[in-house]
Design a protein. Structure first.
Length: 402
């Protein structure tokens, strides 16, 4: 299907706001055709109900090798196709179900809650260091990046000496403005380092203190999972837990600081923090181009006939601004009930780490509000540089004073 005359996806966004086209399409035609980087047409889905419908429908494949898979950039498709084996976020059932099920035990409510003291300790340590150095601090670099990296790496079993290596490569890997070579090379280096870590740990598989230890002992040694598959899975956990949480914390804090209520909005206690965190997830929906799918069969979505082999983009950040679901959706309101948002996606590929991400955000914001209630931006909002050329939305620096 040629798409020469269609609007070209992705569209330009501005600051917090998603591209203006999303609201226009949602209003006029929530399933609409756009042109992708390779010139092919794809269906862009922008309403909350239809995005959910696509994301939970097994007729839409998430595997980039499926014909019709939409190309956000040419480099991105090359990167995804080069990944062998694919991480399970890009697998369809039954293989996806099988691999995901092996790790659900790691993310249960009880398991995540056991991590709370450690999460609190990491938050405390980073805020101590910020206070000792004095204002201004860069919230993104001094807190939002090292915090989830330290928590996730400890839980997975990634040595501390490797943190910077993985932070830098994760950032390059999700960049869309570097051309195809740099993200592919970053991904290759990550996979190689992860394999080296796994091989080193194979010598001591009785150590089940972290996820790597349990994965090796329970799946790799008995032969249910190859070392390659274990490396792919570990890479997914690292990628999924680094950039996402760091940028959610940063944009979340920024939106609180420019709200007249400031961090004081969280002073009312635990339920105020919970509400604000859900609203941050809804409002920012930082994973910009998720929900890329290819139709395995003909399907009707919202009265539109989608053909086998068509590309589909079910955008959670458009769904999260749907006025039919969230009144006055472009207003950040930390007191609103944002239940039903799709910030962690929906359906079988819904974020496996959402319990951990929520706990990290709740602990961080409660402690920030307690220790630094008068926190403010140390620069004007117009001086902040938003990162547009990345799969994950954010700012690279957030100068704060308190
Ligand atoms: C605030 C932080 C986070 C946000 C906003 C977020 C968001 C998302 C989204 C939107 C997806 C679906 C992507 C797609 O379909 O293309 C996803 C999947 C996933 N996330 Fe998260 N995530 C966060 C933190 C984490 C953390 C901390 C972990 C674990 C360490 C994690 C692990 C995963 C995994 C494993 C998947 C793939 C699930 C599957 O395909 O079955 N995420 N996440």
């Amino acid at each position: 299907m040629s798409g020469a005359l269609l609007p070209r996806f992705p569209f330009q966004r501005s600051g917090f706001a998603p591209p203006a086209e999303y609201a226009v399409f949602r209003d006029r035609a929530p399933v609409t055709r756009v042109r992708m980087a390779d010139g092919a047409a794809a269906w862009l889905v922008t309403s909350h109900d239809l995005v959910r419908q696509v994301l939970s429908d097994p007729r839409f494949s998430t595997n980039p090798l499926t014909p019709g898979y939409p190309a956000v950039t040419l480099g991105r498709v090359d990167l995804l196709k080069a990944e062998v084996p694919q991480t399970f976020i890009r697998l369809d059932p039954p293989k996806h179900t099988e691999v995901r099920r092996m790790f659900t035990r790691e993310f249960t409510f009880a398991r995540v809650n056991e991590m709370k003291p450690r999460i609190e300790a990491v938050v405390g340590r980073l805020l101590d260091a910020i206070e000792q150095r004095g204002a201004p601090a860069d919230f993104f670099g001094d807190f939002a990046v090292p915090f989830p990296t330290t928590v996730t790496s400890g839980f997975l079993g990634i040595p501390e000496a490797d943190h910077l290596f993985f932070q830098e490569r994760s950032r390059t890997r999700v960049a869309l403005d570097l051309g195809p070579d740099a993200p592919i090379e970053a991904a290759r280096q990550m996979r190689a380092r992860i394999e080296a870590i796994l091989i080193a740990r194979l010598a001591a598989t009785e150590d089940r203190a972290d996820l790597i230890g349990r994965m090796l002992a329970d799946y790799v040694v008995p032969g249910t999972m190859t070392l390659d598959e274990a490396a792919a899975t570990l890479e997914l956990f690292m990628m999924a837990g680094h950039e996402t949480t760091a940028n959610m914390l940063t944009l979340g804090l920024l939106s609180l600081l420019i709200d007249p209520r400031g961090l004081g909005a969280l002073a009312e206690g635990e339920s105020a923090v919970r509400n604000a965190v859900e609203e941050m997830l809804r409002y920012h929906s930082i994973v910009q181009y998720n929900g890329l799918r290819a139709a395995l069969e003909d399907a009707d979505i919202g009265g539109v006939a989608i053909r086998k082999g068509d590309g589909v983009i079910a955008l959670i950040n458009a769904a999260n601004r749907d006025p039919a679901m969230f009144p006055d959706p472009d207003r950040f309101d930390p007191t609103r009930d944002a239940t039903g948002h799709l910030g962690f996606s929906y359906g079988p590929h819904q974020c496996l780490g959402q319990g951990l991400a929520r706990l990290e955000m709740r602990v961080a914001f409660a402690e920030l509000a307690r220790r630094m209630p008068r926190m403010r931006l140390a620069v004007g909002v117009d001086e902040l540089v938003f990162r547009y050329g990345s799969l994950v939305h954010g700012v690279d620096r957030l100068p704060i004073a308190w």
